[in-house]
Design a binder for this molecule. Structure first.
Ligand code: ZN
Length: 265
C-alpha cells in the first residue's frame, strides 16, 4: 500500500514536470530558433561581405577594370551631342584634376558625358565615367563649380565606392541564395532578404563626405580654394527644393556646406 502510494506520488510528480515542460518549451524553443536563424543570417552576411570586400579590393588592376566595364555597360545612358567648346571645357577640367592628383588610377579614361534628364544630378559609373545631366550642366556657370562636381564623382572612383557598394549586393544576393537552397518554400528566405535589403542603400554618407573631401582638395590645389563647392550645394538645394526623392537621399546639404567651409583654403 505504501509502495503504491509512493508510486502514485512519483507519477504525479513526473506528470506535473511533463506538464511544466510542455507549457514552457514551445516559446523558449521558438525563441531559440529565431535567435539562431538571425545569428546565422547575420553571420553569413558579414562573412560574405568581408570576404568579397577583400577579394574586390585585391583584384589585379586589369581584372578590376574588366569587372568595372561589365558593371557599367547595362546602365550606361546615351549622351547628347555637345559642342567642341563644351568638350574642351570638360577635358581641360578633367586634366587639371588628373594633374593635381598624379596617383589617380589609370584604369579609367574618365569619359565625361552630358545626358538628357529632368533631374539636376551627376553620377559616376563603376568604370569611372561620369554623366552630368544637361540641367545641372546649365546651372554650373563657372569652371570651379563644374570642377567640384567632376572631382566629387572622380572621388567615388578613386575610393572604389562602386566596388564597395557591390560587395553589399554580393553579400545580400549570396545570403538569399544560401537560404533559398535550405528553405526553398521561402519563409526564411523572405525574412532574410527583407531584413538585409534595409542595409542596401546607395553610397553611404561617409562615401559622399569622402568624395566631397577629395573635390575640396582638388579645388584647393587647382584654384587655391574650394568655395565653389558651396555654390554647387546651394544650386542643388535650391533647384531640388520640390524633389522629394532627391531631398530624402541628400539630407545633408547643410552639413556638406559646413564641411567645405572647414576644409577650403
Ligand atoms: Zn556622390
Amino acid at each position: 500500500m505504501e509502495d503504491n502510494f509512493d508510486a502514485e506520488a512519483a507519477k504525479c510528480l513526473i506528470d506535473s514536470e511533463i506538464t511544466n515542460v510542455t507549457e514552457k518549451n514551445p516559446i523558449r524553443e521558438l525563441g531559440k530558433i529565431v535567435v539562431g536563424l538571425a545569428t546565422i543570417i547575420i553571420s553569413a552576411y558579414i562573412i560574405i561581405f568581408f570576404v568579397s570586400g577583400i577579394i574586390l579590393t585585391n583584384l589585379p588592376e586589369t581584372r578590376r577594370a574588366q569587372l568595372e566595364e561589365i558593371l557599367t555597360k547595362p546602365s550606361k545612358e546615351t549622351p547628347i551631342e555637345i559642342s567642341s567648346e563644351t568638350y574642351n571645357r570638360l577635358e581641360k577640367i578633367k586634366n587639371d584634376i588628373l594633374n593635381a592628383d598624379p596617383k589617380f588610377s589609370k584604369t579609367s579614361d574618365v569619359k565625361i558625358n552630358i545626358v538628357k534628364s529632368n533631374d539636376i544630378n551627376a553620377y559616376s559609373y563603376p568604370n569611372g565615367d561620369i554623366d552630368i545631366t544637361e540641367k545641372l550642366y546649365d546651372e554650373l556657370k563657372s569652371d570651379e563649380e563644374l570642377a567640384f562636381i567632376i572631382a566629387h564623382e572622380m572621388g567615388h572612383y578613386k575610393h572604389k565606392d562602386h566596388l564597395m557598394h557591390l560587395r553589399r549586393n554580393i553579400a545580400t544576393g549570396a545570403t538569399i541564395i544560401i537560404f533559398s537552397i535550405f528553405n526553398p518554400n521561402g519563409d526564411i528566405t523572405k525574412v532574410a532578404s527583407g531584413s538585409i535589403q534595409l542595409s542596401d542603400l546607395s553610397f553611404s554618407r561617409t562615401d559622399e563626405m569622402n568624395a566631397d573631401k577629395y573635390a575640396i582638395d582638388m579645388l584647393n590645389k587647382i584654384y587655391g580654394n574650394a568655395k565653389a563647392g558651396i555654390k554647387v550645394m546651394e544650386i542643388l538645394k535650391e533647384k531640388n527644393k520640390f524633389n522629394i526623392e532627391f531631398m530624402s537621399t541628400h539630407p545633408d546639404l547643410e552639413k556638406r556646406i559646413q564641411y567645405i567651409e572647414k576644409y577650403s583654403n
